[in-house]
Design a protein around this ligand. Structure first.
Ligand SMILES: Nc1ncnc2c1ncn2[C@@H]1O[C@H](COP(=O)(O)OP(=O)(O)OP(=O)(O)O)[C@@H](O)[C@H]1O
Ligand SMILES: [Mg+2]
Length: 335
């Protein structure tokens, strides 16, 4: 639980179901304190897709897991912040109340689909069980709904496939099963952690189509985590770029793609063709992501930044500068 008192959540705002402010999630390890998420803020509007992007290890998954308090604790702990969901702070809700929200109002597709599917249970049965956890339905109703969900995410021959085991599904089909499971209770917010990584281009395109459909037909809000800017270009309404546990820049997809301000975002956009390999490697940026135990002083990006100003960047933490509307950047180039 956060140790510092925070302001109470403002009442529910229909246009913005989720507002995360100054979230800090640290891991207290024998190596030292890993500042995995260090003062991250963002909001998610109804029916929009917000993409959280950044290199491997920058804190995307821990940010998502923090919302539902699903990270390893200990060694992890939420050190400060707020995550207001309809006027309630998810970071402070009693565990049993949070359990009612998890997988019900807010659903998550985890980064590793293998770990979320039980290998010894039939796929349809696993979806049915999830439906029954949250809804008072009969076995037959749950079975029908599971098949309906499998059809909705484009699994051919859904009725028959529902009796197969996970190992009988390909990677792309397993990913669809994960999406079907996350949709089993009609969530208001879907958090999808790298749902298209390791999939080939055609399957990736199909999965993106499913997400777009959910946004449009169900007005679902989607927090989509990826390091693939190509995917971001296809799906994002807004983008939050993270670097070393912090937000570097945020704005609408247009802001980020057509008028990026932070040298890190510019570099990400510049190496877009190199990103399709999906390794999260930024071919055009020398150096590698920093340790989150001892990150560089001042702006964490300064050792790799082509525009570093040695008199300020290594010394002072960059503050938020509003460029326009929703476009904000944390960089000393924009005082
Ligand atoms: N259980 C844990 N114990 C200690 N450190 C952790 C733990 N889980 C995550 N971390 C650290 O938190 C930091 C952020 O990790 P996170 O998984 O959020 O990165 P990510 O941006 O999702 O990366 P990727 O793109 O590879 O999935 C990393 O330095 C990671 O090593
Ligand atoms: Mg991750």
């Amino acid at each position: 639980m956060p140790s510092t008192p925070e302001a109470t959540c403002s009442p529910a705002n229909n246009g913005v179901p989720l507002t995360v402010s100054n979230l800090r999630t640290y891991f207290f390890t024998s190596r030292g304190t890993v500042k995995a998420v260090d003062d991250v803020s963002f909001h998610l509007k109804k029916g929009e897709c917000l993409c959280l992007v950044g290199e491997s290890g920058c804190g995307k998954t821990v940010t998502a897991l923090s919302l539902l308090r699903l990270f390893d604790s200990p060694p992890g702990a939420i050190v400060s912040g707020q995550a207001c969901f309809h006027g309630e702070d998810l970071l402070r809700l009693p565990e049993e109340e949070l359990r009612r929200i998890r997988g019900n109002k807010i659903s998550m597709i985890f980064q590793d689909p293998q770990s979320s599917l039980n290998p010894v249970l039939r796929v349809g049965y696993q979806i049915e069980e999830l439906i029954k956890v949250h809804r008072p339905v009969s076995d037959a109703e749950a079975r029908a709904r599971a098949v309906e969900l499998m059809k909705a995410v484009g699994i051919p021959d859904a009725e028959k496939r529902s009796t197969d085991y996970p190992h009988q599904f390909s990677g792309g089909m397993k990913q669809r099963v994960m999406i079907a499971m996350a949709l089993s209770c009609d969530p208001e917010i879907l958090v999808a952690d790298e749902p298209t990584t390791a999939l080939d281009a055609t399957i990736k395109a199909n999965i993106i189509k499913i997400f777009k459909g959910l946004k449009e037909s169900k007005n679902m809000s989607i927090l989509f985590i990826t390091h693939d800017f190509g995917v971001v270009a296809q799906i994002a309404d807004r983008v939050t770029v993270m670097y070393a546990g912090k937000v570097a820049e945020a704005g609408t997809a247009e802001d980020i793609f057509y008028a990026p301000k932070h040298p890190y975002t510019v570099a990400l956009i510049n190496c877009l063709p190199d990103m399709s390999g999906g390794q999260g490697k930024l071919a055009n940026i020398p150096g590698s992501p920093p340790s989150l135990v001892n990150p560089p002083s001042g702006c964490h990006f300064h050792p790799r930044c082509p525009k570093v100003m040695m008199d300020i960047c290594p010394r002072v933490d960059p503050y938020e500068t509003r460029i326009s509307g929703e476009h904000v950047v944390f960089c000393h180039l924009y005082p």
